[in-house]
Write a protein that binds this ligand. Structure first.
Ligand SMILES: [Zn+2]
Length: 389
């Protein structure tokens, strides 16, 4: 492989006319595209173990709101950067991250080599709140703050923390990537389909107009607003049904599943096979360390792949690797730049040691444990011994 100006300019065999004067010999490794994490909350990295796994998603939300209230900007940045370092060590080069503090975000972008698609989170649920004003502010911010790598998108947080007018306003930003947590919990499902339950009570007390909560899917508002297009990344969707999957497939929207977060909450079995049968672009994400049970966990897509295959043994290792490379690149709108090793794409590469695992390369990739050997982003080594070279 020949690299030029941070991009891949040629791929071929050793004798394919490569100029061997400037060769970087990586030895016996698996060289593959840097991993793309389709869904993450870097700022929750230091919340690791802070909320014990609970049966009630609504209780978890309450605990999270309390935790976040105590975090100042310095702690927020430390946690975000801890997460970014973990992502790099585990071979991620691009990630879709939910952002909650715009004041410090440009400085965070400068402190990581990662390619970040920053989804600016919006929570707006009271009838008197003005979506146009909020979106106008975000638009002005986006025009003034351009990330050095990656790009900026929007994240209306979830159906239960937003109102229809906001989603309608978001739909006007048709060129931006959009991420939304939808149908994550049984309580959210109950709130929208039955107009009852713990989450219904919580949001009703918070002043949300609950008139949209009866006999409708959690995804109905997003669809009615016109959001379910090819720039839309649906996160979780644990409690969506076949009619919902049809809606997502029709719009050519993308779907992110986070296996360890799913396990932490003890949700009903994820319908991966049904999502794939509809031809929906399925990706994997890490979510955050606030929702991982393992006491020594780091943000690690290899762990996510292993748990996913364990739970869905009919999915091949190759399909699973695609979920953290080309599928995720497509979901984030970066398919021209990352997600595969092709001429013209960014030189975002990782090297893994070859292992003794039976099977093909994809099986070896899924079996990889721990940190990766080396990581390159945009032609520069950012992890590994060659970093200083
Ligand atoms: Zn999330």
């Amino acid at each position: 492989m020949r690299l030029q100006g941070g991009h891949i300019s040629q791929i071929g065999t050793w004798n394919d006319g490569l100029d061997q004067a400037e060769v970087d010999d990586l030895g016996e490794v698996i060289l593959m595209p840097g991993l793309v994490n389709a869904h993450c909350h870097l700022d929750y990295t230091d919340f690791f173990g802070a909320i014990p796994s609970t049966a009630s998603f609504t209780d978890w939300i309450r605990a999270m709101v309390d935790l976040k209230a105590d975090v100042d900007d310095a702690a927020h940045q430390r946690s975000w950067l801890h997460g970014a370092q973990q992502c790099l060590r585990h071979g991620m080069t691009t990630l879709g991250n939910i952002e909650t503090r715009l004041d410090v975000l440009p400085s965070l972008w400068e402190q990581t080599p990662l390619r970040v698609v920053s989804f600016l989170e919006i929570i707006l649920l009271k009838p008197e709140s003005d979506p146009a004003e909020e979106l106008g502010k975000l638009q002005a911010w986006m025009q003034a703050n351009i990330p050095p790598r990656g790009c900026v998108g929007l994240s209306p947080h979830a159906p239960y923390t937003t109102k229809f007018e906001l989603l309608e306003g978001c739909a006007e930003f048709i060129d931006l990537p959009m991420a939304m947590h939808v149908g994550e919990s049984a309580e959210e499902n109950q709130m929208f389909r039955e107009g009852a339950g713990a989450m219904f009570d919580l949001l009703s007390q918070a002043g949300r107009d609950m008139n949209d909560c009866a006999d409708q899917s959690p995804i109905a508002n997003a669809q009615r607003a016109g959001l379910l297009g090819e720039r839309f990344v649906l996160v979780h969707g644990n409690y969506l049904d076949d009619a919902d999957r049809e809606r997502v497939a029709e719009g050519a929207a993308h779907w992110v599943h986070c296996p360890r977060s799913h396990e932490y909450f003890g949700h009903q079995v994820f319908a991966a096979e049904a999502v794939l049968e509809k031809g929906i672009n399925l990706c994997l994400g890490t979510d955050s360390l606030a929702t991982v049970r393992d006491a020594s966990a780091e943000l690690d897509l290899f762990e996510e792949m292993r748990l996913f295959i364990q739970n869905h043994p009919r999915v091949t290792a190759e399909a699973c690797v695609n979920m953290v490379t080309q599928n995720a690149a497509l979901a984030l709108g970066l398919q021209q730049h990352v997600g595969s090793l092709e001429r013209g794409k960014s030189a975002d590469l990782i090297a893994l040691p070859c292992s003794e695992v039976d099977g093909g390369v994809a099986e070896q990739i899924v079996a990889h444990e721990g940190e990766v050997d080396s990581v390159m982003i945009g032609g520069k080594w950012v992890v590994g011994e060659r970093k200083a070279a």
